[in-house]
Design a protein around this ligand. Sequence first.
Ligand code: 4NP
Length: 160
Amino acid sequence: MLQNTPRSILFICLGNICRSPLAEGVMRHVWENSGRESHIHFDSAGTNGYHTGEAPDPRSVQIAKSYGIDISMQRCRQLVRDDFYQFDLILGMDRVNMATLAQRKPHDASAQIGLFTDIAGIGDMEIPDPYFGDMSGFEDVYRMVLSSSQALAGRIAIEG
Ligand code: 4NP
C-alpha cells in the first residue's frame, strides 16, 4: 500500500551494482513509457559502500541493454541519512536490505520504506542477490524487477 503518491523513489540493495541499478533503470523506463505526464525522480544506492563510484556490474548493464535499457551511465553510491528525508519511497530488494534500512532509519524519517515486490503488490518476495551466480540469476532479477516496476507504475497511476 502506498502512503502517498511518490514523486521520488530510491531503490536499495547491498552493493548498488547489480539489483538496484537495474531496478532504477527498468522502473524509469517503465514509467517514462507509461504515458503518465507526472515526473518521478528515480535513484539507487547500496547499504554498503564497497563499490562507490563504480558503474553497474557488466552483467546488469548487459541484461538491461538486451531489453533496450541503458544503465551504463549510473554510478554506485552508498545510502546516506539524508535519503530518508529526500525520497518519498525507499524500496529494498531483500530482507537483509530491509533490516539494514530499519536500523539506519532516523526516527523522524519522512520516506515510506518497503520491500519492492510487496509495495508493488506482486507478493512478498525477495529479489535474490545474483552477484556470485551466473547470467541466469541476472535474467531472474530482470524479470522480477520488470514485473515489480510494471505493477508499481500501475499502482501509482491508480492511487496517485
Ligand atoms: P547487489 O549485489 O546488492 O545486487 O548490488 C552485490 C554486489 C556486490 C556485492 C554483493 C552483492 N559484494 O559483496 O561486493
